[in-house]
Write a protein that binds this ligand. Structure first.
Ligand SMILES: [Zn+2]
Length: 231
């Protein structure tokens, strides 16, 4: 009897924590991975706002006239409201990453729902925003999050991810982004090094690459879009 209970528990766990990710990531169902097939790309940043990096990243984006989409952590947004207000004032899009940077698949239903609902509500209440996009932390979902988020948000993943949370040799992050460019690319970079697995100082290379990235993207005939300009 207990064996069947173990098997049943395993099956339920797979349905709850594994299958939604297979569907969204491998089968590419429901989650936006790219934009329209035009010579346009979306630059997106996860895990901020961060007191050490985000302000300088905004300076770099402003200097080259690029508007981006920021998937923010709710707790950090409330801790650094001036950075969120600056994003809004400078034409960037602010969307939902999670309340904390939790691993959603293994959270119980109540806590998993709070990860994006609480962030959505906080961005609305504090900054009068109406977030429409949700990129779950680690890009990972569970069944409850998937069903609930699809009713109120568009799920977003990415098509270009280059491991910028690790400190890489100079120029490597830029090179890896540029060589993967394609029409409708959604590029994900990170403006915080506080996430588990991130290396201290890694966002410095992200800030540093912005001028050359903007130049090379445009030289290849692409322009930058925010997600709400696409959808
Ligand atoms: Zn993240």
């Amino acid at each position: 009897m207990w064996r069947w209970m173990v098997v049943a528990a395993f099956v339920l766990l797979c349905l709850y924590a594994l299958v939604p990710n297979l569907l969204t990531r491998l089968c590419r169902l429901w989650a936006l991975r790219t934009g329209p097939v035009r010579r346009e790309v979306a630059l997106t940043f996860d895990d901020g706002p961060d007191a050490k990096y985000t302000g300088r990243l905004l300076d770099a984006l402003k200097a080259v006239g690029v508007r981006a989409t920021f998937f923010v952590v709710g707790q950090k947004a409330l801790a650094h409201p001036d950075l969120i207000r600056r994003m809004i004032a400078e034409g960037h899009q602010v969307e939902v990453h999670g309340w904390t940077h939790a691993f959603v698949p293994l959270l119980p239903p109540g806590r998993t729902l709070r990860q994006f609902r609480r962030t959505t509500d906080a961005l609305g209440r504090t900054f009068c925003l109406r977030p429409r996009f949700y990129r779950p932390t680690w890009g990972a979902l569970n069944a409850v999050t998937l069903c609930a988020a699809l009713r109120t948000h568009r799920l977003v993943t990415w098509s270009i991810m280059v491991g910028d949370w690790r400190v890489q040799p100079p120029g490597q992050v830029l090179q890896r982004v540029v060589e993967r460019l394609h029409p409708g690319a959604i590029i994900v970079l990170h403006d915080s090094d506080e996430t588990l697995g991130a290396e201290a100082g890694a966002p410095e290379q992200v800030i540093a690459l912005i001028p050359e990235l903007a130049r090379r993207v445009r030289a290849s005939g692409y322009s930058f879009r925010t997600l709400d300009e696409w959808y």
